[in-house]
Design a protein around this ligand. Structure first.
Ligand SMILES: [Zn+2]
Length: 189
């Protein structure tokens, strides 16, 4: 394992540099971007009465948006599940898709998309709760289309810590020293 050959100081210094570079936006833009396949089925919502509705179709005459209930049987929308019967979640890629499709930045006819965590860019409506949610993930077709957004650099810096965490925990090391530099005695004198 790579940690066995290197000391805490070497690894921490290396990761601190990486963390600070990410925080200052001193990173390759394309390295921040994730690509995903788009599967429209993942965005189908199912009521107990078996009525199905697309999470993108809650605004255009389906009737669901008029109240937080199923238009067929009156069941609260909060009990809707995905087609597989799971509670729908809209994190990362799914949040990016919800934001971008609702805001007309993407069509539903895509095979794949790229997404980025960004500084807040607007809002989307949560299809289950009907609440306005601040959009902090954005999805587009190409890398170039994402270049107009400001990445959430603090988030990407935290990813450096998140990745290092299992190793630091296994070694009994202080993870926070990647962020908070403690001066050693040698540096004082
Ligand atoms: Zn129903």
């Amino acid at each position: 394992m790579w940690v066995e050959q290197k000391s805490f100081d070497e690894i921490t210094t290396h990761l601190r540099k990486k963390y600070e570079n990410a925080l200052n936006g001193n990173v390759d833009f394309e390295s921040l971007i994730k690509r995903r396949r788009f599967n429209i089925d993942k965005f189908m919502l199912k009521c107990k009465c078996k009525k199905q509705v697309s999470a993108f179709r809650l605004n255009n005459g389906d009737g669901l948006i008029q109240g937080l209930y199923c238009s067929k049987c009156g069941e609260p929308r909060t009990s809707f599940t995905t087609k597989e019967g799971k509670k729908p979640t809209y994190s990362e890629g799914n949040a990016a898709i919800m934001f971008s499709i609702q805001n007309g930045l993407l069509g539903e006819d895509i095979d794949s998309y790229v997404f980025l965590k960004v500084e807040p860019v607007g809002f989307y409506t949560h299809p289950i709760t009907g609440k306005k949610i601040e959009g902090t993930y954005v999805a587009r077709r190409t890398y170039d289309e994402l270049r107009e957004y400001t990445p959430d650099y603090a988030h990407y810096a935290e990813q450096v810590l998140k990745k290092a965490k299992p190793v630091y925990e296994a070694m009994g090391w202080d993870l926070l020293q990647i962020k908070n530099r403690k001066q050693t005695l040698e540096e004082w004198f």
